[in-house]
Write a protein that binds this ligand. Sequence first.
Ligand code: NAP
Length: 306
Amino acid sequence: MKAVICTKYGPPEVLQIQDVPKPIAKDNQILVKIVATAVNSGDVRVRALDVKGFMKTVMRFVLGFSKPRKPILGTVFSGIVEQVGKNVSNFKIGDEVYGITGFNFGTYAAYLAVSDKSVVVKKPSNATFEEAAAICFGGQTAYYFLEKAKVSKKANLKILVYGATGAVGTAAIQIAKYHNAEVTAVCSEHGKELVKELGADKIILYNKEDYTKTAEKFDIVFDAVGKITKKQCGHLLNHGGIFKSVESFEMASEEIEQLNFLRELFEKGRYKATIDRTYSIDEVVAAHRYVDTGRKKGNVVLKISE
Ligand SMILES: NC(=O)c1ccc[n+]([C@@H]2O[C@H](COP(=O)([O-])OP(=O)(O)OC[C@H]3O[C@@H](n4cnc5c(N)ncnc54)[C@H](OP(=O)(O)O)[C@@H]3O)[C@@H](O)[C@H]2O)c1
């Protein structure tokens, strides 16, 4: 089968399309014919081993010393169940699914075998495969951090989303709005229309205004792009307010309930997939170059098959 192999850590050109053996579903697994995946900020970070200081050594232990031990990158997928193991009862051949593999990677490929108990569920019935693949990474991450900040536990929260136009930021706006929060989005001029469409109530353009000077106070400040610190914005928090950042030692967990939640919102028309660009698997190097810019709006989809 066709797969993208990360031959070593480095620039996008280290990625090569190769022919590798097609997996077979074990007794407790399903075999998914992947239709779409996404190139996420986490993927380019792994490919380039783009972490600072001693974390580089830690990541070499975790991922592999000179190249990823699991050479097929990609952590999200949507596709069609092609084979089910003999102990699997919760999926059948032909089911349209979406899922997250996390540190097991392996989604830049034509097929993927995963346990039926892993983070894989039916995709939203009204989503295209591209949309389903696009909503996993940002949606799961935003859900995790906003839940940690107790977004679903209190009514009428005021939330500031810093870096509102990335995969995580676009998801955070929508999840916060679903919980009836008042959302202030901080983004550049290029993202203004997008955040408005997604439901932001107020917008601060970081290239025109200093968001730290706003007179407003917030119950949650969520840095969805990892560019600010609590020291810089702590004064914007109400008493008991919570600051969360994606750039911390806290890793967002991957859970089935997150994907079920996103499916429910999507099917209710309360959540949109923000797709900036779609590339074919053969254009994976170009897709990584684009995500490397750090300027994508929402998500970049990698189409694996028709
Ligand atoms: N801890 C975890 O578990 C976890 C999980 C997932 C992701 N992450 C981290 O979260 C970060 C964000 O991920 P992502 O996939 O959402 O990123 P992304 O989609 O690549 O973010 C790009 C967006 O950020 C905006 N941006 C760039 N610089 C900015 C700045 N200085 N201020 C405000 N906005 C800025 C860009 O728009 P403009 O250029 O127009 O501003 C662009 O729309 C990554 O660093 C990723 O590694 C952490």
